[in-house]
Structure formats: C-alpha cells, structure tokens
Ligand binder design. Structure first.
Ligand code: ZN
Length: 269
C-alpha cells in the first residue's frame, strides 16, 4: 500500500498539473469506488475548478472551488495515471476525470476509493489521525511521548495512523534500519540517542524515498522515469536473503506485531 513518500510524490506531480484547471467531464465505471451515486457525484464534481492538491496521511485531498474535497485512498493495488486518451493504460478504469484534453485515470480502486466530502465531513473523516511526520509540532520530545503510549513494538506504534499518520509496513522497516534499531523493540527500551536517531531517520527516509519517486512501479505519465525509483534503493523491505548494503549481513524476514517485517540482524539492535 502506498505510504507517505508515494502519496507526497503523487501530490507534487498532480498539483502542478491540475491546480486551477476545470474538471470538464466525469466518467465512473465503478460506483462502489464512490461514497454516493454516480449522478450525484458527477453533478457535484463536473465543471468544478480544482483549487489544489493536498495530502493527509496516505490520502490525497483534491479541493474543488465549491470547497468540497475529493479524498483519494489508493489502498492496496490502486494507482493513478495522467495523460491524453491515446496514452490511457490498458487497464480497467474505475473513475476518469477530464481536464480538457488531459485525463486523470483512477486504476485498481477495488479496496481503494475516491470519496467526495464537504469540509465538515472531511474534518470528521480525518479526526482520528495523528500528526504528519513533518508537522512542526511533532518535535522529538512529542514523537517520543506519542510512541511510548501503549505497549506495542516500534513496528506497531510507527504504523498506527492515530499515533503518526502516513507510515506503513514498508517505511516502518526502512526507518528502523536507517536508525539501526530493530522494529521488534519496545519504545520504552530506547536510549535517548536511539530516539534521536529514529526521529531523524523517519524524516530522512521519507524525504529520500519521496524524492526518489517512492516504490509504486507504475508510471504516472508517459515518459515518467522517476516514479518507483525507490524500489532499487530500499534497504530491507522485501529483501529477505539479500545482503545488507551497510554491513553485508543477510537480511531476515520475520513477523512483528502480526506484520511482515524485515531487518538486518547485524547492524540493527
Ligand atoms: Zn546490516
């Protein structure tokens, strides 16, 4: 499932393309991807100008001039593509928003969805989320306090969206590897030095991955060579049996807090 870096990368690419553009047509093939009927969705979205594209946690927020917001959650298997009709990927499209000649295709939205919310509904929908990893209020000391709540492992706490929003199974392992800490550790066992390392690794890993285009391997537009480049840079995730880039030890897979997890048994403690 795409996490902070993938969605932030999508947000940047999408915002420069559709901000201030008008939705000229709406086509929906799968009503279940929406939170209302197709005619109602079309009536409320078609003709609207896009104010801008934001992101919260693993979701994209497309604000319309009506102040209503399209919330996109790709979940597992979802992706988006932007281009002309003749560039359309050979895949089933669930929703298509037209911006004149340019089309925004929503693909693989089986678990994922595109919901339209009023501002009040949106704030209710997002009310359970913890802070963004880069929110200024999330200082090192607040980070420590939040993660120390509850008794879970680092893996469990880092992926809990009500604690910090935007990190999932993939980047929790990458962050722990960067910090040289095992994901199975409990927050209460961390030294002050390790807290500082974990906090810096969270920022460093997410920014690096986002600038590398995240790990989603489908191009966002024709000629897009950046999206998915982090796939070749990742340190531990899905690298069981391969060598650690830092120390040469073999990467191990195990289960931490019922989640698939990868670590280096030599340079992570
Ligand atoms: Zn290692």
């Amino acid at each position: 499932m795409p996490e902070w870096p993938e969605m932030e990368h999508y947000r940047e690419m999408l915002d420069v393309r559709i901000a201030n553009k008008r939705v000229t047509a709406v086509q929906v093939e799968r009503e279940r991807s929406l939170n209302m009927s197709i005619p109602e969705f079309t009536a409320r979205v078609e003709g609207q100008q896009v104010i801008g594209v934001g992101r919260r946690a693993k979701m994209l927020l497309i604000t319309l001039e009506s102040n209503e917001v399209l919330l996109l959650h790709l979940m597992l298997g979802g992706w988006i593509f932007y281009g002309q009709v003749n560039e359309k990927p050979e895949r089933t499209i669930q929703v298509q928003l037209s911006f004149g000649e340019q089309q925004l295709y929503f693909i693989g939205l089986r678990l994922g969805y595109l919901h339209l919310f009023t501002p009040v509904q949106l704030s209710e929908r997002l009310s359970e989320l913890g802070p963004d990893p880069f929110e200024p209020a999330l200082s090192l000391s607040t980070f420590k306090v939040l993660l120390e709540r509850g008794r879970g492992t680092l893996k469990k706490q880092l992926t809990d969206q009500s604690i910090i929003a935007g990190i999932g199974n993939f980047y929790s392992d990458e962050i722990c590897h960067a910090a040289r800490i095992l994901p199975s550790r409990t927050p209460s066992s961390l030294t002050l030095e390790e807290w500082s390392s974990l906090y810096e690794s969270m920022h460093g890993t997410l920014i690096e991955a986002s600038q590398a285009g995240g790990y989603m391997d489908q191009a966002f537009y024709n000629g897009d060579s950046l999206t998915g480049s982090y796939n070749h840079m990742c340190r531990v995730y899905d690298r069981e049996g391969e060598l650690c880039h830092r120390c040469g030890q073999i990467i191990v897979r195990n289960t931490v807090s019922s989640k698939k997890s990868f670590h280096c048994p030599q340079c992570q403690r």
